[in-house]
Ligand binder design. Structure first.
Ligand code: NAD
Length: 415
């Protein structure tokens, strides 16, 4: 495995946590690998009359605390090690927000942009058919992730319901509202991250009104982060970016206006009255808050010492390498680690499951209130562990999350 292999990084992070918690080697070995993996070849009838075979995976990492939970990615560069790493992080994520679920992840190697709607539907239905034995509301609950949508969730739920001859809304979260989706799921990841930012600013004595912010990535998570950080706290967005480049305005960028510009032109670049800035340079601006919301591996030992933000809130998965973590901690940067910062999505997914089981639906205000409670207590538990063990926030989040999984395994007599 290479140094930047995400699963290798996930295992190194776990090893460090095992060292802090003084875990027995056999327990560490159980937690280092998934409990189960399914690899499948999925034949799909294409529009041209030919059959094409797609490679798919479902990785079920750990279910000591409850049914597995994790999204499905449809991506041309999907690899089994990315899916394994994301499944591990899901296990720690459900644990840190203390919802009664385990961790899993799935994926299919494909480029949805090259598929017709019919081909995408047939692939989605075939994928869920191929894993139908190992998933379900009480076994393993799926969700959208990169390039998978509420419509794809609806097709999968429908196909699974046909297999089991009854409606199975609880199979999958991130569904359309008309099919048992939850209010408040759309912006849940960014909103949950904002609640942790509010707690961090209280802890550090930073006034968020007028605080300067940089956001890398302006997709699903990044654009909600931009609007919420302005509307909830009155922060000033100094710069933001997407894959085509970044924009900067010392007077502050209007998130809603940038969204409209991106809808019209396909990118944030060339937003009126802004200056261009590269995706690398924007990370190093002098700001109160930096929000990576795009890709993994963007903060490394090469640029970490140039980062001047007081708080980093990792809405993206895996944006910081372990070497960079140490540099940032020594510089006194307060980092809210990914599986805590972006746990709002899975928290509202859990609320969606609860509502599906009860067949009774909550309004958005109640969802926000309950999300706030979960995120706030997860942040505080992490901060307390960071002080208790004198470690950075990522190691602290691991200590809390892994500690809870180990306790569940112990109570079940698995270890
Ligand atoms: P998305 O595809 O909607 O958006 C990604 C954004 O990143 C786009 O604006 C894209 O232009 C930008 N981008 C791509 N390459 C870039 C580059 N080289 N430099 C700068 N920007 C670049 O994806 P998303 O759902 O917003 O997910 C973003 C991150 O958040 C991912 O790491 C994802 O795993 C994580 N995440 C998402 C959710 C969720 O609910 N969507 C939940 C937890 C974590």
């Amino acid at each position: 495995m290479s140094e930047n292999n995400p699963f290798e990084i996930a295992q190194r992070q776990l090893d460090e946590c095992a060292r802090i918690l003084n875990l027995d080697d056999s327990i560490r070995e159980i937690l280092r690998v998934p409990m189960r993996e399914m690899h499948m070849s999925i034949p799909v009838h294409m529009d041209n009359g030919k059959i094409r075979i797609f490679q798919g995976f479902r990785v079920q990492y750990n279910n000591a605390r409850g049914p597995m939970k994790g999204g499905i990615r449809f991506h041309p560069d999907e690899t089994i090690d990315t899916v394994r790493a994301l499944a591990a992080w899901m296990t720690w994520k459900t644990s840190i927000v203390d919802v009664p679920l385990g961790g899993a992840k799935g994926g299919v190697i494909c480029n949805p942009k090259d598929l017709s709607v019919g081909e995408l539907e047939r692939l989605s239905r075939a994928y869920i058919q191929s894993i139908s034995e190992i998933v379900g509301p009480e076994k393993d609950v799926l969700a959208p992730d990169v390039y998978t949508t509420p419509q794809i969730m609806a097709w999968m739920m429908d196909e699974f319901s046909k297999v089991y001859q009854k409606n199975q809304f609880g199979l999958i979260t991130g569904k359309p509202l008309e099919l048992g989706g939850s209010a408040g799921r759309g912006d849940a990841t960014a909103r949950g991250g904002c609640y942790t930012i509010r707690e961090a600013s209280k802890n550090l004595g930073i006034n968020l009104k007028g605080a300067s912010v940089v956001i890398q990535g302006f997709g699903n998570v990044g654009h909600f982060a931009a609007t919420l950080i302005s509307s909830l706290f009155g922060c000033k967005i100094l710069a933001l970016s997407d894959s085509k480049g970044g924009i900067m305005d010392k007077a502050g960028l209007d998130a809603e206006a940038v969204i409209k510009h991106k809808e019209k032109t396909g990118s944030v670049v060339n937003f009126p009255n802004s200056k261009p800035i590269s995706n690398e340079d924007l990370l190093e601006l002098e700001v109160d808050l930096l929000i990576p919301a795009a890709l993994e591996g963007v903060i490394t030992d090469k640029n970490a010492s140039n980062i001047k933000a007081k708080i980093i809130c990792e809405l993206a998965n895996g944006p910081t390498t372990p070497e960079a973590d140490d540099i940032l901690y020594n510089k006194g940067v307060h980092l809210i680690p990914d599986f805590l910062a972006n746990a709002g999505g899975v928290t509202v997914s859990y609320f969606e499951m609860v509502q599906n089981f009860y067949m009774y639906y909550w309004d958005e205000v109640l969802v926000h209130e309950r999300l706030d409670k979960k995120m706030t207590s997860a942040y505080r538990a992490t901060l307390n562990a960071s002080k208790k063990y004198n470690v950075n926030m990522r190691k602290a989040a691991y200590v809390v999350a892994v500690g809870r999984v180990v306790e569940a395994m112990r109570l079940r007599d698995w270890i």
